[in-house]
Design a protein around this ligand. Structure first.
Ligand SMILES: Cc1cc2nc3c(=O)[nH]c(=O)nc-3n(C[C@H](O)[C@H](O)[C@H](O)COP(=O)(O)OP(=O)(O)OC[C@H]3O[C@@H](n4cnc5c(N)ncnc54)[C@H](O)[C@@H]3O)c2cc1C
Length: 415
């Protein structure tokens, strides 16, 4: 087999983007997945490239909301009771990272990646001939109550100081943008700089095709076979074993399957999320994704229909699907927008790979030479895939990183 400089494990939006950036720098790159590119978590997201995002999703600070979640009455989150003892340490760390001061630190740490996220996608989409999947119509967050909207003051002030474009709107002005929405909300913010994707799977596939066009090779294989072979990393593939000096683990929620056996323990949990597509009634349409803030779900126009995506479910990654959030949020969604029949019989289930501080890990694996990590992108993996690829390619090739990678180092959990 031809020489391989680097093996990238996982062909989600993150791994595919990493592989493409590395191949464009002239390295011989092998991209290994057990399935096809973009068929994991990257298949089912809301499709928002959220360069505008400032604060991460936070642990609820309002005890009434927490109580509703605990009583399983909130559409925003769900949990499996038997899983709570296992995820409790992670939840406590997540709660600590949700203090206002820590959220601000996270916002600042993520800004260099966020600020470049849309431009990196635009560049990839242009070279991959995938511009038709990108919509430059921003996204719209809706607030049903004055109280919820008032809670945005800090975020909007910070957006103003950072120059992140947004337009606060009253209900009528928002419905002028999206006439199919019913007047059940009082306020909205149009984040005009965000871009959305009409088919996230097709976008990742287009980036994978571009990777092939610049000389990259894709293989079917099981990442769990990764091991040392002399001074190199080896992984078994359907085409035989592959050896390379460097390997990048970009397995999203499956990261622990490879790291645990190597003795590298990182506090990755998953926030599971579902989607289902719906037909529209009559001529109803959406031009951009919508967040119904108090109800914690999104509606996004996709090639397959209107994709309704849910908030977080805390459960074991591989536990059976329990899409109860649909029952809790569908009445609100149907009040807001004329959703017709469901397209599929069963919802899709994915698992957002999340570290408790809502930052990804991008950089070297602790105590493993020439092993690199690009994972844990939580709610922002689609957004940050290409920019992550650039940063890790900078680090691996010895170029000056375009931003300081220290905030994303795995050592923040191990030292
Ligand atoms: C409901 C929902 C809505 C979301 N909305 C958005 C959004 O609007 N914007 C945004 O930016 N992000 C969003 N996200 C988050 C985003 O989808 C994820 O962060 C992102 O897809 C993670 O990408 P990844 O490449 O790290 O992981 P994945 O896409 O899961 O890729 C990992 C790959 O590893 C492969 N793999 C696993 N195990 C093995 C093995 N043993 N051997 C070989 N291969 C293996 C899998 O097949 C898969 O292809 C959303 C997530 C969900 C669930």
């Amino acid at each position: 087999m031809a020489r391989t400089d680097i093996i990238v494990l996982g062909a989600g939006i993150v791994g595919t983007s990493v592989a493409l950036h590395l191949a464009k720098r002239g390295l011989a790159v092998a991209l290994v997945d057990r399935g096809g590119a973009g068929e994991g978590t990257s298949y089912g997201n809301t499709g928002i490239i959220e360069g505008n995002t400032i604060f991460p999703a936070a642990f609820p600070s309002d005890w009434r909301e927490l109580l509703r979640i605990a009583l399983k009455r909130s559409p925003v989150a769900n949990y499996h009771l038997t899983f709570l003892p296992k995820v409790a340490p992670w939840l406590l760390a997540f709660r600590a990272a949700s203090q206002p001061k820590r959220l601000l630190e996270t916002a600042q740490a993520m800004r260099p990646l966020m600020a470049r996220a849309v431009a990196e996608h635009e560049a990839f989409a242009a070279e991959a001939g995938a511009e038709r999947y990108l919509r430059h119509t921003g996204w719209l967050k809706l607030y049903r109550t004055d109280r919820a909207f008032a809670g945005l003051t800090r975020e909007l002030d910070l957006a103003a100081s950072l120059g992140i474009a947004n337009v606060p709107l009253d209900g009528d002005a928002a419905r002028a943008l999206e006439p199919s929405l019913a007047p059940v909300f009082r306020h909205a913010v149009h984040w005009t700089g965000a871009v959305s994707v009409s088919n996230p799977l097709a976008l990742t596939r287009a980036y994978a095709a571009r990777f092939a066009a610049v000389g990259g090779l894709s293989f079917k294989g099981d990442a769990r076979t990764l091991h040392r072979s002399g001074r190199q990393w080896r992984v078994d593939t359907a085409a035989g074993p592959l050896d390379a000096d460097n390997a990048v683990v970009a397995l999203g929620p499956w990261l622990p399957d490879v790291l645990d056996p190597l003795g590298v323990k990182l506090p990755l949990a998953v926030k599971r999320g579902y989607h289902r597509h719906y037909r529209t009634k009559g001529n109803a349409a959406l031009s951009r994704p919508i967040l119904d803030a108090e109800n914690g779900y999104c509606l996004a126009p996709m090639e397959q229909g209107i994709r309704l995506t849910t908030g977080a479910e805390f459960a074991a990654r591989d536990a059976r699907p329990t899409p109860v959030q649909f029952d809790r949020l569908l009445p609100a969604a149907r009040d807001l927008f004329p959703l017709g029949e469901g397209v599929e019989t069963q919802p899709w289930l994915g698992a957002r790979p999340c570290f408790p501080d809502s930052r990804p890990v991008i950089g070297r694996a602790p105590r493993q030479s020439r092993l690199w990590l690009a994972c844990g992108h939580a709610h922002w993996g689609l957004t940050l895939g290409p920019v992550t690829g650039r940063l890790i390619a900078d680090m691996i090739t010895g170029a000056t990183p375009f931003c300081d990678p220290a905030p994303y180092a795995a050592e923040r959990f191990t030292d």
